[in-house]
Design a protein around this ligand. Structure first.
Ligand code: G1P
Length: 291
C-alpha cells in the first residue's frame, strides 16, 4: 500500500529558550551556533534530506532574525564575492530556500506546543506532515526524519521517534507506552506528557520528530490545557490514537538537547569532533582538559 507523501514540515520556533538565558535574550535559541552554524541549519538540512519540500516555521515576537537567516544578505554576499571568498559565499547561498519554500506563521501567545502546531493548520491542509522540534539536534547516519518517514512508508498512520532515557528523567518529556514486539518499530498503546515521577508507562520518550495525519488539527482546535497549563501536542495525539494507528520508532543516532546548557555544550563538542575539517584540531584543543 502506498501512503500519501510527507511533503511539509512544521518547525515550532516561538519558544523563549529560558534554559539557555541570557544567551537567548535577544537571539532566538534556534539561531545559537553549534560549531559554526545555527541549530536551525542542522534541522532544515535534516528535513531537506528526508524529502521535505515546504517548511512552516511557527514564530513569535523577537524571532525576526530567523526569517532574515533564510534570506539574502546582499551586502555581505557582495563583500565575500569582492574578496574572492567563494567557499563561504557558496555555503551561504546553499542554505537559502527556493522562493516560496518557506512559510512563517505567528503564534501570538505562548500557549504550548499543541497550540503552536495548530497555528500551521491552514498551510499544511489535508495531508500528512512532519514536525521537528528544533531544540533536538539529531546526529544520525540516516537522518532521523528519514528514519521516521521510512517507517511511515512501511506502516502508514502516525510515527513518533522515541529514545530511552534513565527512569528518573522521564518526568521531563512525553512518554509512550508500546506493545512489546521486540523490534525498533512498535505499535503504541498510549502516551502521556510529563508524567509524575514513578508513573511513566516506560522509559521511552518522545524525542522530537513526528509524522502526523492532518486529523490531529481537529483535536488540537479544542484541546484543553494539560501538563504545565499548556495545550499539549501529546494530549491530542493520545486522543487521535483512539481512531488511528501510532507507531514509535526507536531511532538510530545521537540526540543533543540544545535547549539545555549541557546539551548545547555536548552538541558543540560531539559535532566538532566528528567534522572531517575540524575533528583533529578539536580533539587536540580539548585534550588539555583531560590530562
Ligand atoms: C516537548 C514535548 C515532549 C517531548 C519533548 C522533547 O516538550 O511536549 O513530548 O518529549 O519536547 O524535547 P518540551 O521540551 O517543550 O517541554
Amino acid at each position: 500500500m502506498t501512503h500519501k507523501k510527507v511533503r511539509k514540515a512544521v518547525i515550532p520556533v516561538a519558544g523563549f529558550g529560558t534554559r539557555v538565558l541570557p544567551g537567548t535574550k535577544v537571539i532566538p535559541k534556534e539561531l545559537l551556533n553549534v560549531v559554526d552554524r545555527p541549530i536551525l541549519s542542522y534541522i532544515v538540512q535534516e528535513a531537506r534530506a528526508a524529502g521535505i519540500e515546504h517548511f512552516v516555521f511557527v514564530t513569535g515576537r523577537q524571532k525576526g532574525a530567523i526569517e532574515d537567516y533564510f534570506d539574502h544578505q546582499f551586502e555581505l554576499e557582495a563583500q565575500l564575492k569582492a574578496k574572492g571568498k567563494t567557499d563561504l559565499l557558496d555555503q551561504l547561498l546553499d542554505e537559502l530556500p527556493k522562493s516560496g519554500e518557506m512559510s512563517f506563521v505567528r503564534q501570538m501567545q505562548p500557549l504550548g506546543l499543541g497550540h503552536a502546531v495548530n497555528c500551521a493548520r491552514d498551510i499544511i491542509g489535508n495531508e500528512p506532515f512532519a514536525v521537528l522540534l528544533p531544540d533536538m539536534v539529531m546526529d544520525a547516519e540516516t537522518p532521523a526524519l528519514s528514519q521516521a518517514i521510512s517507517a511511515y512508508e512501511q506502516v502508514g498512520g502516525n510515527i513518533i521517534l522515541v529514545e530511552e532515557v534513565p527512569e528518573d528523567e522521564t518526568h521531563k518529556y512525553g512518554v509512550v507506552a508500546v506493545e512489546n514486539s521486540g523490534t525498533s518499530l512498535r505499535r503504541m498503546t498510549g502516551m502521556v506528557e510529563k508524567p509524575a515521577k514513578g508513573t511513566a508507562p516506560s522509559n521511552l520518550i518522545v524525542s522530537g520528530r513526528y509524522v502526523l495525519q492532518p486529523e490531529i488539527f481537529e483535536l488540537l482546535a479544542t484541546q484543553t490545557p494539560g501538563a504545565g497549563g499548556e495545550i499539549q501536542l501529546t494530549d491530542s495525539m493520545a486522543d487521535l490514537m483512539k481512531s488511528q494507528d501510532f507507531h514509535a520508532l526507536q531511532y538510530e543516532g545521537e540526540t543533543y538537547d540544545c535547549g539545555d546548557k549541557i546539551g548545547l555544550l555536548r552538541a558543540n563538542v560531539g559535532l566538532a569532533l566528528k567534522r572531517t575539517d575540524l575533528g583533529d584540531a578539536a580533539r587536540e584543543a580539548l585534550r588539555v582538559y583531560f590530562n
